[in-house]
Design a protein around this ligand. Structure first.
Ligand SMILES: Cc1cc2nc3c(=O)[nH]c(=O)nc-3n(C[C@H](O)[C@H](O)[C@H](O)COP(=O)(O)OP(=O)(O)OC[C@H]3O[C@@H](n4cnc5c(N)ncnc54)[C@H](O)[C@@H]3O)c2cc1C
Length: 433
């Protein structure tokens, strides 16, 4: 017998779970379907889960600052315990180096000031006082290690900006499980090992889904939160038509390297973003340092089929570690290859799509471009409000929903995240958003 729900959410990553939680809070009967065995086992589980407020656009920064408050009171946001415990937000802060590439952070600091987000200007000496092992040479623009000029400093960096409302979530998979439990407490249902193979349409709108088993499940609303598989789900729904902004999967490698002896990076370290060497870092369990790429232009971008790509480390792992070794000369560059290989779901301007589609009843929270873990609680609430408004007859394309960010007392135009927008020229066109 076929089951019925008010909404089916395809995907149970952090954004899918938070979307279900927010819909369930508003009285909707939801079902999340995920082809993997548990919540957060997709790209969320591989996430560096860095929480930060600095974004190149004002709306991006506003959303991130609002979300910061949910992470800062994760137990309060969830309102229920989880038998596995709660994910921990380590509020370490984040230091961003001032470089020519980021215009010495002038635009970002203007956004911070406009939104009342705290930040501190740090001189090179202040950075050395906190990170005494740091070489503050100016090595940029980032190069491949086989470039003869690699590692040659041209003068020194002027300093950086420290953002105290930042840090990272220790276990992003657990955070997704926490959100699942919170949604279930409000009546939501989750099914795992359940692959959606078709989006059913009829009578001019979405009707539900078909699973790989052949089972059909009916619902008047289906939400695509399938991460790097988002384009495949949109194609199943025939929703690519009418989208000016599209999504595709980009391979990413993150290195985990033991921190050199003599400094407790896990306790004393913090998140860093360094466009001079093209990498971001954060402390990782076991006094390791986690190293991700800021995708400098000298590195080829590897767009892949999310169901068919090489999940092994490539030479990129070494490249990233060697880049950070310019800053931390004692870093063991030949340590065993540890870390993750996974995918970003990237849009043309690296800003997500939180929107309806041309198919009535079919919605999408996609194209999270390597930087939306942090926004999941607010993205979930924004999606819930968008779905409610559209199902009550609002034409969001003509009259975009205005969404209230309660903590920071600001309203944002959800049309900013439209699938029909022009490419946003203010974006960093990178994982930095
Ligand atoms: C290496 C890496 C580092 C990152 N670092 C950060 C960071 O530091 N800070 C930050 O804010 N963001 C970061 N991100 C981005 C962030 O992790 C993502 O934006 C976020 O996790 C996306 O969550 P999601 O729920 O949309 O997608 P996902 O977690 O990918 O979930 C999608 C789910 O859909 C399921 N699915 C797909 N197709 C189907 C189907 N046909 N049927 C059923 N289920 C299906 C998948 O199994 C998956 O579980 C990073 C991402 C990566 C890959």
């Amino acid at each position: 017998m076929s089951e019925t729900y008010d909404a089916i959410v395809v995907g149970a990553g952090i954004i899918g779970a938070c979307t279900a939680y927010e819909l369930a809070k508003r009285g909707w009967r939801t079902l999340n379907l995920d082809k993997l065995p548990a919540a957060g086992y997709g790209s969320t589980g591989a996430s560096c889960a860095i929480i930060r407020t600095h974004y190149s656009t004002l709306d991006g920064a506003a959303l991130a600052y609002e979300s910061f408050f949910a992470w800062d009171d994760w137990a309060g946001y969830l309102a229920v315990p989880d038998e596995r415990g709660l994910a921990r937000f380590v509020k370490s802060g984040c230091l961003v180096m001032k470089t020519e590439a980021n215009d010495h952070l002038r635009t970002i600091c203007r956004n911070m000031a406009a939104l009342g987000i705290p930040y501190e200007d740090w001189t090179a000496d202040q950075i050395r006082a906190r990170l005494p092992f740091y070489d503050l040479g100016r090595f940029g623009p980032p190069k491949r290690p086989d470039d003869p000029a690699f590692g040659e400093a041209q003068g020194g960096l002027a300093g950086g900006v420290f953002f105290p409302c930042a840090g990272y979530v220790s276990d992003p998979q657990l955070a997704s499980h926490n959100a699942q439990r919170a949604a279930e407490a409000k009546g939501a249902a989750f099914r795992f090992n359940s692959e959606v193979t078709a989006i059913r349409r009829g009578g001019g709108r979405v009707q539900g889904v078909t699973l790989a088993s052949g089972e059909t499940i009916a619902a008047p609303v289906v939400v695509n939160v399938a991460g790097p598989h988002s384009a495949k789900i949109n194609r199943m729904a025939g929703a690519l038509q009418g989208m000016r902004i599209t999504t595709r999967a980009l391979k990413q490698e993150v290195a985990h390297v033991p921190f050199p002896p003599g400094f407790d990076f896990e306790r004393e370290g913090f998140v860093t973003s360094d466009s001079d060497v093209g990498c971001y870092c954060r402390p990782e369990i076991g006094n390791h340092i986690l190293i991700g790429s800021e995708d400098p232009p000298c590195d080829a971008r590897e767009w892949v089929d999310p169901d068919d790509y090489d999940r092994n480390f490539s030479e990129q792992w070494q490249v990233q570690v060697q880049r950070v070794a310019q800053r931390i000369p004692s870093l063991p560059v030949s340590s065993p290859l540890k870390g993750v290989v996974d995918l970003y779901d990237v849009t043309d301007d690296w800003i997500p799509i939180y929107d309806k589609s041309d198919l009535p009843g079919f919605y999408m929270a996609v194209g999270t471009s390597g930087n939306q873990f942090k926004n999941a609680p607010v993205a979930g609430a924004m999606m819930a409000e968008l779905i409610l408004a559209c199902e009550q007859g609002r034409d969001h394309d003509r009259e975009p929903l205005q969404f209230r960010l309660e903590h920071i007392g600001r309203t944002i135009d959800v049309g900013f995240y439209s699938r029909r927008r022009e490419i946003n020229p203010e974006s960093s066109f990178s994982v930095l958003g």
